[in-house]
Design a protein around this ligand. Structure first.
Ligand code: SF4
Length: 449
């Protein structure tokens, strides 16, 4: 039987920014929040789902502590990786190539820079792999593998297989990801997701998603499910139907969405009832000019006026917000750090992700910055969102790195964590009182009188 190793290379978790690295690694609070992202790599598990049964497949996750078994022979070694993981992917591939394996690479970095990847790999996958992988295996069997396989059009997600969660060591993960939709119609200039999945929003069928969650429950009955969609609630009717069915499974879960989720009170109520604990929302910036820079269509900039009322609606529905903010845009001046911190504290944001704007290869931001000669570091291992790799317009690279570390330090100070926790508990008490009130039988009044 031919063997295939699917390998996730180790990433440089918090980058090389010593200020942030030190803080993030020593903070228990931060690591407990960030644990929610300790999910297995869904792309490789999905590819495993389209590999025919005649192959023996193993999933090796170096990014979550597994050793790479270099002494073993695999016929095919397949890697994936974000830009910051790519050098490690190259090292692993070279080792297996010396041992006679056929080595292939997929994922976002390979999709935007296939020529670079082909200097190391035998074959590169560009875009989604569900359709191209079976073709590649057939070609390899026939002795005619191509250098690259390009998924020319976006695949209908109903054809995507159930990811092979059964290949995992579940003890390595704090949550398990499911993807219900792909594509995002927004046009944020720093985002690679529309490059990989396109701007056409597609979704799996509701029974398909339920089957995937049940497959996770077979490997971990109490799994926290992270819906790893780019933006889960763009189609509200589909989202509501899905969430109604999720509610029957008794899981706890979180996901990524944009702020428009707050416009739909029925959806918020369904989310709470279905076990949704938090929503990761990309606010990115709290000023008009800051948001203007990040998207020429200005979708997020147009939402700024109701950021605060939207947060209040989400909180009132019983759901926590994990806010994401990006620093270093061309309109950011030094006050961006204090203004952002104040915004998060004032609005009781439960958890915060504060990152450094990073011009990832393939994005519009990368093109602009590189044409302007503003990229100061082409070392891909620093493209982590924790390191400064470009010249900011209104501050020095060091000031940007220090500013972000300052926000982290303050947002996660003991005092601020205690304040937020108290506010969150108080919100939940109010919600429980409301629930008890609503559950009172209508005859109670008669008895009382
Ligand atoms: S809304 Fe989110 S997923 Fe969509 S383009 Fe912007 S950052 Fe990317």
């Amino acid at each position: 039987m031919k063997t295939i190793a699917l390998i996730v290379p180790k990433g440089s978790k918090y980058g090389k920014n010593s200020l942030l690295k030190h803080f993030l690694e020593k903070s228990d609070v931060v690591s407990s929040f960030y644990g929610a992202w300790e999910t297995p790599n869904l792309s490789l598990l999905t590819i495993a789902g389209v590999i025919p049964e005649q192959y023996h497949v193993e999933f090796i996750d170096e990014d979550h502590g597994m050793e790479i078994p270099f002494s073993r022979h695999f016929d095919i070694v397949a890697l994936t990786g974000m830009t910051q993981q790519i050098y490690r992917a190259y090292e692993i591939a070279q080792e297996f190539k010396k041992r006679g394996s056929y080595i292939v690479l997929g994922g976002i970095h390979a999709s935007v820079l296939p020529e670079e990847a082909l200097e190391v790999f035998d074959t590169v996958f560009i875009g989604e792999g569900e359709i191209t992988w079976p073709r590649f295996l057939q070609d390899l069997e026939n002795g005619t593998p191509k250098y690259s396989y390009h998924s020319a059009k976006v695949i209908p997600l109903e054809q995507s297989p159930i990811p092979r969660y059964d290949l995992l060591d579940p003890s390595l993960y704090k949550s398990f990801s499911v993807q219900t939709t792909r594509g995002c119609p927004r046009t944020c200039n720093y985002c690679t997701l529309p490059i990989m999945f396109g701007s056409t929003y597609r979704h799996k069928t509701v029974p398909q998603v339920i089957s995937e969650i049940e497959a996770i429950q077979k490997v971990n009955a109490d799994a926290f499910v992270f819906f790893a969609d780019d933006n889960m609630f763009i189609q509200k009717d589909y989202a509501k139907e899905l969430v109604r069915q999720i509610a029957k499974l008794g899981i706890t879960w979180g996901t990524q969405t944009d702020i428009s989720v707050a416009d739909d009170a029925e959806l918020l109520e369904l989310l709470y009832q279905s076990g949704c604990h938090w929503l990761f929302i990309g606010f990115e910036n709290v000023s008009q000019t800051g948001l203007d820079f990040l998207d020429e269509n200005k979708w997020k900039a147009k939402q700024l006026y109701h950021y605060e009322s939207a947060i209040e609606k989400i909180h009132k529905s019983g759901i926590n917000i994990w806010g994401s903010f990006l620093f270093g845009g061309d309109n950011d001046t030094f006050d961006v750090f204090e203004n952002t911190l104040n915004f998060t504290l004032k609005n009781g944001i439960y958890s915060g992700s504060f990152t450094i704007l990073t011009p990832l290869p393939g994005t519009q931001l990368f093109r602009q910055m590189s044409q302007a000669g503003r990229i100061i570091d082409y070392d891909w291992s620093r493209y982590t969102f924790w390191d400064v790799v470009f010249k900011p317009r209104h501050m020095s690279p060091d000031e940007l790195a220090q500013g972000v570390a300052w926000v982290y330090d303050n947002f996660y100070s003991k005092e601020n964590v205690a304040n937020r926790t108290a506010r969150q508990k108080s919100r939940m008490r109010q919600i429980h009182r409301r629930e008890i009130q609503n559950a009172k039988p209508s005859s109670t009044k008669k008895i009382d009188s």
